[in-house]
Design a protein around this ligand. Structure first.
Ligand SMILES: C[S@@+](CC[C@H](N)C(=O)[O-])C[C@H]1O[C@@H](n2cnc3c(N)ncnc32)[C@H](O)[C@@H]1O
Ligand code: SF4
Length: 372
């Protein structure tokens, strides 16, 4: 098996946000030790079936809110990973948390474990927007959380924002972004609000529901320009980093590499198969090796995944490397479609790579629809 990255899903949260459709549950804290012990068993059993030969280069504790639970429980899993398959000495080890759950004491326990990157969901710094999406913090406590993280010694801090929130305007978004950038995060992710799940949002009185498409485009422009000015380089459609602080774990997804995953609802890509664990907490606890979904990835699907994921990266798809890895000449494959897309300013071919332009990013789903 080639996977050198592991995602561990920790589903516990202090509060379930109205906008969140992840496997994340509030009120189950008393189960956190039993859950972590189950994840240890899952790791054991899966690695017996498919051993990993080399130590992990990235580990990502995502959620849910891994930062919410007792670090000693999390450490049960981390010790297991250290023992087998092993964690490389220079591995990137990320933990997701929220502003309200971070404490100085926990940060020190995370450091002892080997966590070296913390990612915190801020979403917005406008109280009315945070309220509209049912977040449990306000702007004041969000800022306090960032300050606590820095004071406690977190050097590699990633922050998450969401745009396209109910009641959000270009100017309130710019305020949020500028304020957040003033804290000099090492990494920033900003995604448009995804409302495909079963969400129940509360619109502030008198607000005009969601921003329209033009406002979305405007907000994206504000994001890209603001990050650039602040020295955060855009390396993926929705991700920005100081040089050297790109998320090595997420790069593995966008580069179409294989990865392990453990925990309720976790998705993996191992030995040419994409599969996901059960999403129900109780069912996972009873049957942690059972798959909710499983899909064998044939050569054609592997190639189209690589195109879809790789075009999200600002460096795009390197033509020679693509041919060497997938045996596909992209210029030949797209010969009929490329002139329209490049003449229209949606795609460009330069420095031996095919990439989306800024105009192409705004309609990336349509461009990909043309290509795949
Ligand atoms: C799944 S949470 C896990 C980490 C932590 N619990 C938190 O809330 O920050 C990670 C991030 O996903 C993003 N997210 C969750 N639901 C989303 C949605 N419906 N649309 C856009 N982004 C979303 C938020 O930015 C959130 O901070
Ligand atoms: S956004 Fe984060 S804190 Fe909120 S419910 Fe989802 S995982 Fe939990």
């Amino acid at each position: 098996m080639t996977a050198r990255s592991a995602y561990i899903h920790i589903p516990f949260c202090a509060h379930k946000c109205d906008f969140c459709d992840f496997a994340a549950f509030a009120g189950l804290d008393h189960m956190s030790e039993a859950y972590c012990r189950t994840v240890v068993q899952e790791i054991d059993r899966r690695l017996q079936d498919t051993p990993v030969k080399e130590p992990l280069k990235t580990v990502f504790y995502g959620g849910g809110t891994p930062g919410y639970i007792d670090p000693a429980h999390l450490n049960l899993i981390h010790e297991k990973l250290k023992e087998s398959p092993g964690i490389a000495i220079d591995a990137e080890v990320t933990l997701e948390t929220t502003p309200l759950t971070i404490t100085e004491e926990k940060v020190h326990q995370w450091f002892e474990m080997g966590i070296n990157r913390v990612s915190m969901g801020i979403e917005s710094l406008q109280d009315s927007e945070l309220k509209a999406i049912g977040r449990d913090h306000d702007s004041h406590s969000a800022i306090a959380g960032i300050k606590r993280a820095r004071t406690a010694g977190i050097k590699n801090l990633a922050l998450d924002l969401i745009y396209g929130l109910p009641g959000q305007t270009r100017s309130s978004w710019k305020d949020t972004l500028d304020h957040l950038l003033s804290f000099e995060p090492n990494h920033l992710s900003a995604y448009g609000l995804n409302i495909t799940g079963s969400l129940k949002l509360h619109f502030p009185a008198g607000s005009i529901a969601y921003p329209d498409d033009d406002a979305f485009v405007d907000m994206y422009d504000v994001l890209v320009d603001g990050c650039k000015q602040a020295g955060l380089e855009q390396y993926e459609i929705s991700n920005f980093a100081r040089p050297g602080c790109e998320s090595r774990h997420n790069l593995c997804y966008w580069r179409n590499d294989e990865y392990l995953a453990f925990g309720v609802g976790a998705h993996r890509y191992v030995n040419g198969v994409r599969s996901a664990n059960l999403r129900s907490f109780n069912r996972y606890m009873r049957d942690y090796l059972c798959d909710e979904t499983t899909e064998t990835i044939d050569d054609e699907r592997r190639t189209s995944d690589a195109i879809m994921l790789g075009l999200r990266l600002r460096n795009g798809l390197n033509l020679l490397q693509f041919q060497a890895r997938y045996g596909v000449d992209l210029m030949h494959r797209f010969a009929a479609k490329l002139p329209t897309l490049t003449d229209g300013g949606f795609l460009e071919v330069s420095d031996g790579a095919l990439r989306l332009t800024r105009k192409g990013i705004m309609v990336s789903n349509s461009v990909l629809g043309e290509l795949i």
